[in-house]
Design a protein around this ligand. Structure first.
Ligand code: SF4
Length: 347
């Protein structure tokens, strides 16, 4: 049976017509789902005969919430979610004054191989469908019974390695019949799959594009991110400029600071020269130390020095506040430790 969360309004209208139903019912059905109703019998304005047909042809599949971990430091909540095929993913809810923000996964595992990331240790298991990506937002929103207003595609997986499903997700989640979360409130983070950045730019969504840059030279980048063997920083920056020209959106460059690897004053100057004059902002991320590698977190002093040097090049800089450090909130850590402690293989 097909999951209704995988349907756009247009696709469901087509199904309605093919099954001799009124096309306008499609919007009513999807509106119920995105209001949190996941039982067809709870859809009050839908005739019984159509409900029977829906039950025969569709599911409204949400993942199971396996565990919820709440940070005692800042209230960040990490959700371990399980799909019917046994695969696990993670979503992280962060509460800010301006609203609730969720960091979601787009794949089970990841095949990009970034050395600082726990999600990639056993490679990519499978892509998530658009409906499965949506279901992360929906299941958490239903659980907290509060609206989620911001989404970050920065959990496990490389969104542009699952391009079609992610684009479909962006269309549905921002639609008025969907969760109606404005594209401006969505950030898509990529390690830099250049051809897909051009494709995404041509969609002219107003989604913020974040690039996991983490180094200012191709040589340094290759040491920590295998994707750098495929696309140069120069090619990435050209695609970013194209993205800006099509969307007028400021690019975010993510830079994970690793002690003695990419956090020196010289590194900061080189990065400043590289990005000077571009419509961008740099987000410095003190790297999470995971037991699977030897990276060490930069000192506060070197982080502050790094930020000041970038600012001297006219570049806006923020340092990401560490969220949920007591609950394995970094990408892929929770799923991995759950798999290890429950001796789940399957990857
Ligand atoms: S950082 Fe992102 S792209 Fe890199 S391995 Fe982890 S999930 Fe994949």
């Amino acid at each position: 049976m097909n999951n209704l969360l995988d349907y756009t309004l247009e696709e469901l209208k087509v199904w309605m017509k093919e099954n001799n139903e009124n096309a306008f019912r499609a919007k009513q059905i999807l509106s119920w789902i995105y209001k949190g109703i996941n039982d067809f019998n709870g859809m009050k304005n839908i005739p019984k005969s159509l409900i029977t047909k829906l039950e025969e042809n569709f599911t409204i599949s949400l993942p199971n919430i396996i565990e919820v971990y709440k940070s005692e430091i800042d209230g960040t909540e990490k959700f371990l979610l399980g799909f019917e095929d046994g695969n696990l993913i993670e979503s992280v809810l962060m509460r800010y004054k301006h609203g609730n923000s969720i960091c979601i996964s787009t794949q089970v595992g990841c095949r990009m191989g970034c050395k600082f990331c726990a999600s990639t240790i056993n490679g990519r298991v499978r892509n998530l469908s658009s409906g499965e990506i949506l279901s992360e937002v929906l299941v958490v929103q239903n659980y907290i019974n509060e609206r989620i207003s911001n989404i970050v595609l920065m959990g496990s997986g490389e969104p542009l390695d699952n391009y079609d499903n992610v684009v479909k997700f962006l269309e549905i989640v921002s639609a008025d019949y969907g969760l109606n979360i404005g594209q401006r409130h969505i950030t898509l983070s990529t390690c830099g799959i250049v051809p897909k950045i051009y494709e995404l730019a041509d969609k002219e969504f107003s989604t913020t594009l974040a690039i996991s840059l983490h180094a200012f030279s191709d040589e340094k980048r290759k040491e920590i991110m295998p994707i750098a063997n495929k696309y140069t920083i120069d090619e990435i920056l050209k695609s970013c400029k194209y993205y800006i020209s099509k969307t007028n959106r400021r690019i975010t460059f993510e830079y994970a600071l690793v002690k003695d690897v990419n956090d020196t004053k010289e590194d900061a100057k080189s990065l400043g020269k590289l990005l000077k004059g571009m419509l961008c902002h740099v987000n410095l991320i003190p790297v999470n130390e995971i037991k699977e590698n030897t990276f060490k977190r930069s000192t506060k002093k070197s982080i502050d020095n790094f930020a000041e040097i970038l600012k001297s090049y006219g570049i806006e800089v923020t340092t990401r506040r560490e969220m949920g450090s007591d609950i394995n909130a970094a990408c892929g850590q929770l799923r991995r430790s759950y798999i290890n402690t429950h001796e789940i293989g399957g990857e």
